[in-house]
Every structure is written in C-alpha cells, then in structure tokens.
Design a protein around this ligand. Sequence first.
Ligand code: ASP
Ligand code: MG
Length: 431
Amino acid sequence: MVQPFIFKFGGASIKDSTSLIRIVDILKSRWKNGLVIVVSAAGDTTDHLEEIIQRAIDNLGFSEQLSQLEDFHLNLCRPLFEEGHSIFQQVSNEFTKLKRTLDNEKKQEGNAYFYDQVIGYGELISTRILQELLCQNGHYCVWQDARELIATDSNYKMAKVDWVLTMQRCRKHLADKLETFPVVTQGFIGSDWQGTTTTLGREGSDFTAAILAVSLGAKSVTIWKDVAGILNGDPDLFPDAVKFKYLDFEEAAEMTYFGAKVIHPKTIKPLAKQRIPLYVKSFIDPESSGTVIGNFKDDPKIPITVIRKNQVLASFRIKDLSKVGGFHFEELFNLGKKLNWNVHLTQGSAVTVKMVIDRPDQVSNVLPKSILEIFHVEWEEELTLVTIRNYLPTQEKIYESKAEKIYLAQKSPHTLQLVLSMKTTGKSTVS
Ligand code: ASP
Ligand code: MG
C-alpha cells in the first residue's frame, strides 16, 4: 500500500496563469502515487464571493460582480488551454450552478447556511482547472469532491470535524484511487450527515490538509506558500527576522495561538498527535529548504515575536461581590466560544477577567443581557498585542520605551505578552 503524502496550495499560488504553471513544475519532479493535492480558491475569489453573498442577502444586484469573477477564471485558463478545451465549459457550468444557488437558496441576514452553499464554489472551480492542467501536461490525476471526504456537524461557517466518519470516508473514497493516481481535492469544504455543504472557517484549507493526513496516515504534509518558510517575526516589521529550519510542534502551536498568521491554528494539533511532519515551503523557490515542523523538543529556543494590531482589551468586573468565585471564567469562555471570539490573552482575578480579543465589532455589539447583568464591562480599542516566546530581558525594555501606555503585561518563564497602545485609543463603557 502506498503511503499518502499531502501537498496544499493556497490562493496566492493559483492567482494567475504563471502561478499555475509553477505548480505544474513543482509537481513534475515530485509526482508519484499517494499524492493528495489540496487547493484553495484562486487568488481573492473567496473575498469576492463573500461580497457577492452579502449583496444577495441585501437584495442588491450581483450579476456584474459574478461575471467579473467568471471572467477572472476564464482568463486564468486562456493562456493555459487551447480554445474549445472542455475546461471553459466546465468553468461556465460551475458559474451557472453558482448563480442558481445564489438565486434559489434561502437567505437571510447572517445566514451561515446560505454562505456555505455559495462560498465553496471558489475551491470547486480552482480544483477543476488544476486537475485539467495537470492531465494536459501528462500528469494524470483524479478530481475528488472533498465533501465526500470531510464529515462535519451542521455548524455552518465553522463546522466541527467528525474524525471517525472522515477516516472511514477517506479509506472508502481515496485509499484505492491513491494506489493508481494522485488526487486533486478542495480545501475548506466538507459536508454534514445530510450531505449539505459546510465549511471549516476562513483560511481552513491548511486544516483540510491536516485532516486528510491524519485520516490517511500520511507520511507528511507540505504547505506551499509565498514565503520562504516560517520566520521568527513578521519580515515587514523585523527586517532581520530569521527563518526556522526546524520548529517544534509546540512552538508552532503557540505561535498560531498567539495570532501568527503562518498556518491555520487548527492545523498543528492533529499532526502533532500523529507525529506527521509539516513542511512549509516556498512555491517561488521550491528547491530551498523551507521549515520543518515536527518533534524537535531539544532544539535551542529562538525568540519568536508575534504582533497583533487592532486588538480589544475587554474587562469584565463582577457587580455583585457576593458572587465572587471561579464560575465567571466559565461564563465568559462560553460566551467567547458562542460569539467566535479570537482570544489571544486572558488574565483573571477574583473580581475581574480581562480578555484580549481580535474582533472589536463583535465585542461591543452583541454582549447579551445575561452577561451585562453580572458584569460591569469596559473595553479599550485599537491596542497592539506583542507576544514574545523565549523572550530576552532586553526585548521587554524595547517595547516599554516604544509604547505610549502598557495596559497589561503577562509573563511566564517562556512567554512575555504586552498589551499596549502606540497611538490614541478609544474608550467605551457598556454598563
Ligand atoms: N479559500 C478559503 C479562504 O480564503 C480557504 C483557504 O484559502 O484556506 O478562506
Ligand atoms: Mg483562500
């Protein structure tokens, strides 16, 4: 039995015809049975589809936006395929289906179900194009609908994976195919028990690669990106940032938890559990070594800095002091979970819980009455969260001197987190 291995290509690596040719070149020398190619939507397609979905919900016309998106895809294909190739018809057919879905599916404001029925067309179309292109270049491969593989619950827009069922489906639909042909499939989408399309959350294709790897007992996952590998800081902010050759699973998980945008946060955990190495490589310079994420516990710890802007510091203070106790932590974590908060730091005392959260709009608008009855809530907006793993004492001093004000600091032996303002901030009170 061949041992599968997974390659994942993101939107940036299929944003134009030249990039698609580059993918074919990368795959040429790595082509063998067992290869599963996971692909995102081309370029900014998912953003455009989100805009179209919103227009449909608001009952605004969307035909212009839709035909622009169709043209973008047909233009991707023009330099790659001869006139009359079936791919042009396939792309147009997908757009006809997409339009039908937009017109006929039930929609209402915030309708996650409607969103999921539309948004996955980006991946369904990009995978058709890549599969046809590979076949045309003599690399015969099979197009596989990921909804037959990834089983989820019906929590649209942020579906939870049913690992047992997914494993069964992967064995059933993929194992035999992979003995004979590589497979091209979509990231991001799955289906619930009724067969309805679901999605794993924005940027979820990395996670798809990990799910397939675990379900198939893969040898490795390789994520091809437009960066050289994983760096120890954002190169736009830190020109002398260095690339990791090796990175321990735990360090990588911490980085993504603290908000580094290198890989989707859910990707690391399942791979670490199964000890499946994750390679992050450049599709622009495919021969360079990139970064390997694996079990490297004893490696020297290099400082890693993650900077998140536009953060909100929410402070929840108990109104009725007779209620002081541990329970309010749970209350707030449940709230965060329900509202899909992206929390990067929590600090608690008997009376107050502070949370640093990504999405300011959600913090201020939707606090339920039940929470406001218990807590006095305040929040500060437009803050910056600096997280340094394996920090050096000098680094703390540098940020102290740069900050206008430090709102919160949290230190453990390995991690320093500072919530600070670089410019004027707004302050609001809810109750
Ligand atoms: N196309 C989806 C998105 O842009 C999934 C992904 O790219 O990973 O969010
Ligand atoms: Mg994408």
